[in-house]
Design a protein around this ligand. Structure first.
Ligand code: NIG
Ligand code: FE
Length: 388
């Protein structure tokens, strides 16, 4: 069945790095794929019409970084930080304890709640990491559950060294590269490590990323959130598709990312929730780096399910234009996941799109604390509809 999306005030239809805001445009899709984009006056006849009611239309958000398999919350950590404490990787341990004692059904139901919220804020593709189990069984079950929701699953057994290995972190690295990887690789597309102060060293990171790559996984990395330890060089050596966080970056690290064509995934929800300095996105863009924006939804550093909120922070605090932020939350996220089939409204892409109840995408940043996302479509099917 062919469908035309019409009566669009502003259509974000992207050619290259930045969106083109087209006016008076419409697009058509068939069997979940975009088949035509152009001036509405030239639209083909279709079986069905979706009326955008004069709202802006943009691609569905692609959230390339989220930790959705966990139990409990860390609101007390957040409150303590707002009273002056600093974020430390060690806090992950309390979520690990809660996650290990949760049932599969509890983890599944909780992930579903987070996903429902993400969807209602316009996220049509999302990645899910393990990393709160940290035993062979608990990591494998986290990924099994994650796979029920998305093909974009990431093995993050190297999130932090669990307490039972505190005296001998290298044997934990052995476990991650050995039995844990064997049990997890069948359920994962990606390997990831938290390479930072209080987590894993660059040497340990390299071992784990290479072991993952040998097991057929693609590489992504958490680095430079708390400190710069050398993770960027390791990412380059290991062929990482994306490095995420990047709160602290030297010019030479930026150069390395640009040379190796590594996507920079910025996570302003983390700087917000840990009261850290926001990275200046202009440094990344000026260096020619592809920038993605993601929620990093997790209980410790970014309990955030709203991409409009992330976009508002990126515009206000990281000096992105609205166009750049929207590109990074859509096509940029797709690049961070190595996906060419999503993230843009253009012929041949999957018909994932959002209809706003406002006439321009500027409202995503201009009207923070609320969401202008009125209707959410994935592969041409309505996923969510809010009161317009
Ligand atoms: O992406 N930085 C490492 N991992 C998560 C936070 C984990 C936690 O504190 O629970 C993140 O920010
Ligand atoms: Fe993360």
């Amino acid at each position: 069945m062919t469908t035309l999306v019409s009566n669009i005030a502003e259509l974000v239809t992207e050619s290259d790095r930045y969106p083109t805001r087209a006016h008076g445009y419409a697009f058509a899709c068939d069997a979940g794929v975009i088949t035509w984009v152009g001036p509405e006056s030239e639209a083909p006849a279709t079986d069905h019409i979706i009326d955008a009611h004069g709202g802006a239309v943009l691609p569905g958000f692609v959230d390339s970084h989220a930790h959705l398999i966990f139990a409990g919350d860390r609101s007390a950590d957040f409150v303590a930080r707002m009273a002056g404490e600093k974020y430390a990787a060690g806090g992950i341990g309390s979520t690990v304890t809660a996650t290990r004692s949760a049932t599969d059904q509890q983890l599944r139901a909780h992930a579903q709640l987070l996903i429902d919220s993400m969807t209602s804020h316009g996220i049509t593709t999302f990645e899910i990491k393990s990393g709160y189990g940290l035993t062979v069984q608990d990591e494998a079950r986290s990924l099994r559950i994650a796979r029920e929701f998305t093909p974009e699953t990431t093995f993050l057994g190297a999130h932090v060294v669990p307490v039972e290995y505190r005296e001998d972190p290298d044997s934990y690295v052995d476990l991650v590269c050995g039995d844990m990887l064997t049990a997890c690789a069948p359920h994962a597309k990606w390997i990831d490590v938290f390479c930072d102060q209080g987590a894993f060293t660059p040497e340990q990171t390299k071992r784990i990323l290479l072991a993952g790559r040998n097991a057929g996984l693609q590489v992504r990395l958490h680095a430079n959130q708390i400190a710069s330890l050398g993770g960027i060089d390791v990412a380059a050596e290991c062929g990482a598709v994306s490095v995420d966080h990047l709160t602290y970056m030297s010019d030479s690290e930026l150069q390395t990312m640009a040379t190796h064509n590594i996507v920079a995934t910025l996570l302003p929800g983390v700087e917000f929730s840990t009261r850290s300095p926001y990275p200046d996105a202009r440094r990344f863009l000026d260096a020619g780096i592809t920038v993605a924006l993601a929620t990093d939804c997790n209980p410790g550093t970014s309990y955030v399910t709203s991409m409009p909120f992330v976009i508002a922070l990126a515009v206000r605090e990281m000096h992105m234009s609205v166009d750049q932020a929207v590109w990074s939350a859509t096509a940029g996220g797709a690049a961070a996941l190595g996906r060419t089939d999503i993230g843009r409204i253009e012929v041949g892409k999957q018909a994932d799109f959002l209809i706003l109840n406002q006439p321009t995408i500027d409202f995503l940043a201009y009207n923070p604390g609320t969401s202008p996302v009125a209707r959410v479509y994935r592969a041409g099917q309505l996923l969510r509809s809010a009161h317009e």
